[in-house]
Write a protein that binds this ligand. Sequence first.
Ligand code: ADP
Ligand code: MG
Length: 736
Amino acid sequence: MSGIDLDTPLQGTLGKKAADALAAKLDLHTVGDLVRHYPRRYVDRGKLTDIAGLELGEHATVVAQVHTATLRTMRARRGQLLAVVIRDERGRELSCTFFAGHKLQHVIKPGMRALFSGKVSIFNRKLQLTHPEFEPLEEDENIRPFVSVYPAADKLPSWDIARCVRIVLDQLDDPTDPLPAQIRRAEGLPELGRALRRIHLPETEADHHAARARLVWDEAMGVQLALAVRRRRAVERPAAASPVRAGGLLDAFDAALPFALTAGQQAVGAEIAADLAREHPMNRLVQGDVGAGKTVVALRAMLQVVDGGRQAAMLAPTEVLAAQHARSLRALLGPLGRAGELDSAERATKVTLLTGSLPTAARRQALLDAQSGAAGIVVGTHALIQDTVGFADLGLVVVDEQHRFGVEQRDALRGRGERTPHLLVMTATPIPRTVAMTVYGDLEVSALRELPRGRSPIATTVVPAGEKPAWLERVWKRIREEVAEGHQVYIVCPRVGGENGKGASAADLEDADLIDLQDPDIGADSDDGGQRRPPLAVLDVAPGLAEGPLQGLRVGILHGKLPPDEKDTVMRAFEAGEIDVLVATTVVEVGVDVPNATAMVILDADRFGLSQLHQLRGRVGRGSAAGVCLLVTDVPSGTTARERLDAVAGTTDGFELARLDLELRREGDVLGAMQSGRRSGLRLLSLLRHEKIISAARGYATEIVDRDPDLAEHPGLALLVDEVVGEEQAEYLDKV
Ligand code: ADP
Ligand code: MG
């Protein structure tokens, strides 16, 4: 008997009509595609589906009982309609209208139980299924207790898919199991063939749980193997070793440092120092909450490389940040960073800023400094450094605020030279463990968990401007008080504004780039069908405040649409205390460091993601004075949006907020960021629920790749990688 396997096309296996429909509507082409189209859920034949649980707009499949079925004559066309009302256990109703009523009246009768399927909508204030389809439930005792409900489409209802799946499973030979038997045994996992059958046709609840667990494992293994291969290939490349050199620039810097490093800074610093001393490139992510002191850690790494006679590049996502980094590196280095200047120290190096907005002459000089090696440290934006800069000998690339880049971009930054520079990635967004193990799984991860002492606490308060307008008055008064005490204040708005006077489009590109991967699209989650006013804009708010409640204060504006040199001027003026109140977009989110800024007001705070709010407020309380953050919102209490804001106000633990953020957003977006092009091979894996599996799979994957770097002895696993991360990614791995 010739069975079929996972690669067999559905054309020829199923009837042409069914195969065409599966291809056209669900993009399923092979037997493998179809058996990997898992049920969304299972309904108990004996129970009616809870109608209250349905969501508007969803294509739903329910078990229901026909309550009434009434034949109606259509006025506009010939023929009759059958108006059917179906009910659940608790008497909640859903209406469905079928054409060809005269035929169906003999089939759909009151009391009948059936599966009904269609798009949930509201008509005349009643819930209905549009384009409904139905399938009577057989009353056979021998029949399976569960009905598998599939993600379905119009004219391709769940039961038709189920029928196709059954046909295919009947002929399918058990596929070779890619998971080594030893892992299966250790983890108590069923074989692949069995799992595939059980997930579609479970006899018991335990059946589909076990099947699902097994299939989750496949996905976790696919991802972890891909990453293990990447890590392995990356460390095999040659790099220049830069061991610590006694009596060098790093020693001089440490000796001059006005504070003691925290225990975390020391520990992470030691890990990095050891990495840099190897002849293979470092690939390390340092995560530390805002203010954890990452810059010092990065600078010490750069100095170690400079001591080895090589250069370091520091990349920031925007020009404002690049300029800010250059300034703070120079400030930290003091005379040690002023090589070539009169007051430089003996072993000094040079910090060169390279941005697109430099005047031509300055830019030429900066390029020359990089090329000649005169600049030990070059700071710039990614675009610039990637495209135009030649280095004498680039030994280390530091990427700030990494979470905005994908895996490929990470590699592109390092070029294809003979020797690969070491890579240090810094992120201020705390990353939940599972995300670190997947999205950043090609990097070693270090964390700075404690903040340097002397950091002032930030008190965060939600200001319900919609319910208590008087509170807003208090906000402006508070700002005046802060300024009267000699402090400075940020006011953050979700939007720049100024498009044709009012424009409702999203913030400009640069700001859009800054939207955290960890955050939902600003405003996209508003559930009022676009009824809300557009988000507040910098260009409207700033003049309104300057002429109104903040009259007499020096109000500045900062956003991504300003020409770069103007941005820089504004930031400098704010740093110098020449601006009292800075009205800005999220450009102030990362890296900006003005210790004298003690208060931040975030307007329309509900339009930002949790992690983003946390990042933003990290900009205040960086000096000795206590910081305050006011989250202004007009969403009413009792809503999810308000709960999110209360969560931010309730904790300063960035890791906790990152976890909450992950829970609140569609995590598919996180995993999706790992995949390019074609349909995702990740269907069941959840970064929230499968931490144990991901962690165990990582262990196995590392072991396997250590022994079999190209997976040559594990063809099944190589295929799994292909299936899960996509061929493009898998091919890409080959090129690394
Ligand atoms: P982030 O991790 O947000 O980049 P920074 O590196 O900008 O944090 O550090 C924030 C501030 O704390 C800076 O002014 C920095 O000089 C200071 N800082 C860093 N490490 C320490 C330390 N060990 N003790 C005291 N202050 C420190
Ligand atoms: Mg920083």
